[in-house]
Design a protein around this ligand. Structure first.
Ligand code: SF4
Length: 336
């Protein structure tokens, strides 16, 4: 019996476009064909302590995105320079920066990160490329000096359980966003009124797949080798949305997952209804108070970002500031 092709028709994410991504003409909301395209790979020091450790996180940015937040900081690689998020027929193909890699090159990138001391392989925004990534990670684990560090799934949380099932033998740590539980907010900013239901379903699936586990280290923080860390970025002017997320986390995830609260929102080129300012000190203090009120202790909380210096430029071989990132591979240059 023939195995069904996961890209044709494609229903890998909640957009369920149903397009034939192998046919060459088929592009769905994510804007990507069936070939795996990457933007860059680097040793990243800006993740949470149990992910960054002493060696840094081996971050691999996948081109394209199936969510398309209107304020995306990675717009160059998620949507391309025009950055339009819209319906399937509004998203032009091949616009996002990146280069096609096969499983062999992907394996070489993973091994290069491991050889340079990465604590893990951190796949950023790969939901639309799950089948290719599963195959490529299997190749990295098979090859000569095989990959033996944990694989992290760093995603928007806008996922379906069937696609997460494909990752069950591949990913050790899930790092989903929980952007909001308010469907008016998710409709306005992500064109996805179903985001809250989808993200809650995805996080519950991830919790079922991976229990929390840390590995003791002689130096530096313990390494997270299994489990779920939920990330929530506070949006200026949307504090009730954050309060709802904190309460949901306290009720459903406490003791089973870590929480990472982020305050780095920056509007690099305000469009549509995206907030144009940063989180202010009053909002920051309010959220910290709610964190206490909810009794959430397992996790991390970012400082209030003083500037936007860390916003990446993926045209550059090192898209991030040098103290945050050591480049290993770039879509234009290949290995650095
Ligand atoms: S992965 Fe892309 S083509 Fe497939 S359903 Fe999602 S947005 Fe559509």
């Amino acid at each position: 019996m023939e195995t069904p092709d996961p890209y044709a028709p494609c229903r890998l994410c909640p957009r369920r476009c149903g397009v034939m991504r192998r046919a060459g003409s088929g592009r769905g909301y994510c804007g990507e064909g069936a070939a795996l395209r990457l933007a860059c790979a680097s040793i990243h020091r800006g993740e949470e302590p149990p992910l960054t450790g002493t060696g840094g996180s081996g971050t691999i940015f996948v081109s394209g995105c199936s969510l398309g937040c209107i304020f995306c900081q990675n717009r160059q690689i998620s949507r391309g320079p025009r950055g339009a998020a819209g319906s399937a027929d509004q998203v032009p193909s091949g616009e996002a920066l990146g280069r096609i890699v096969d499983a062999k090159e992907f394996a070489r990138i993973c091994l290069a990160l491991q050889n340079r001391g990465a604590e893990n392989i951190n796949i950023v925004t790969g939901t639309h490329a799950v089948p290719a990534l599963v195959k490529a990670i299997a190749a990295a684990r098979r090859d000569g000096a095989a990959l033996d560090i944990p694989v992290l799934w760093n995603s928007s949380g806008y996922e379906v359980p069937e696609t997460l099932d494909l990752l069950s033998d591949t990913v050790e740590v899930f790092l989903p966003d929980l952007k909001t539980l308010d469907s008016a907010v998710s409709e306005r900013y992500f064109n996805a009124p179903d985001y809250p239901d989808r993200a809650v379903g995805a996080i519950q699936k991830m919790l079922a797949l991976r229990p929390l586990r840390f590995e003791k280290r002689d130096q530096g923080p313990d390494r997270m080798v299994s489990g779920v860390m939920v990330r929530h970025m506070v949006l200026p002017g949307c504090l009730e949305s954050t309060r709802h997320v904190l309460r949901w986390f306290a009720e459903h995830c406490a003791g089973r997952a870590m929480l990472s609260l982020m305050f780095q929102y920056t509007s690099i080129s305000p469009r549509g209804t995206a907030p144009v300012r940063r989180v202010n000190k009053t909002e920051y203090r309010t959220v910290l108070h709610w964190l206490d009120e909810c009794g959430i202790e397992d996790g991390y909380c970012q400082d209030l970002s003083p500037d936007a210096r860390w916003i990446p430029d993926f045209e550059q071989v090192n898209p991030f500031p040098t103290e945050l990132s050591i480049p290993v591979w770039h879509w234009r240059r290949g290995f650095v």
